[in-house]
Design a binder for this molecule. Structure first.
Ligand SMILES: CC(C)(COP(=O)(O)OP(=O)(O)OC[C@H]1O[C@@H](n2cnc3c(N)ncnc32)[C@H](O)[C@@H]1OP(=O)(O)O)[C@@H](O)C(=O)NCCC(=O)NCCS
Length: 157
């Protein structure tokens, strides 16, 4: 049984370059086309906002986000497969939304695969709406897959 239970309030810490190897391990277990260590390191060098959920069992979730000119972008959000369905993804997302507000973002954007039903349900339940499609945005088996662009307005919300 994991140390993280659904009723626990999670506490996150910033991701550093020392975490990247462990983060990439989780990333590879979670995505068919995972980000590389180079992408995580570039994001950290750019000063993007990167937070981790860590317990004594290791890194169990993370997100990566950027903010520029009052626009937030959620670039990655991931929870260890063994711990999904316990509210951790929602808590990570809410942490990111609090950060976007603190950084004066007025709108938050993200891309998601149309086939990623769990993520879409999470985002829509937190007030994101579909605003468009990026054609052929993602790699996919033998082809490309479109991305749905979701957005949430933080001014009116
Ligand atoms: C998307 C992800 C972060 C959700 O994390 P999680 O900890 O399982 O999510 P939560 O337990 O907080 O669930 C929040 C909501 O998401 C939706 N959801 C989660 N799992 C779902 C599933 N298997 N099917 C449908 N909806 C699901 C539900 O609306 C759920 O709310 P509810 O529990 O009130 O019904 C997780 O599935 C993940 O890491 N996936 C791989 C990486 C990924 O695809 N990230 C998103 C990239 S855009």
């Amino acid at each position: 049984m994991s140390a993280v239970r659904s009723e626990d309030m999670i506490s996150l810490r910033p991701m550093t370059a020392e975490d990247v190897d462990a983060v990439v391990e989780l990333e590879r277990a979670s995505y068919a086309y995972p980000w590389t260590a180079g992408i995580f390191n570039d994001c950290l060098r750019m000063g993007y906002y990167a937070f981790l959920l860590e317990t004594e069992e290791g890194i169990q979730g993370y997100y990566m986000a950027s903010v520029a000119v009052h626009e937030g972008h959620l670039l990655n959000l991931c929870v260890d497969e063994k711990l999904r369905g316990r509210g951790l993804g929602r808590q990570l997302l809410r942490h990111a939304m609090a950060l976007f507000r603190a950084e004066q973002a007025e709108t938050v954007f993200l891309e998601v695969r149309p086939t990623n039903k769990a993520a879409i349900a999470l985002y829509e339940s937190e007030g994101f709406v579909e605003i468009g499609i990026r054609k052929d945005y993602y790699r996919s088996r033998g082809d490309r897959e479109d991305a749905l662009i979701l957005a949430r307005d933080l001014i009116l919300a």
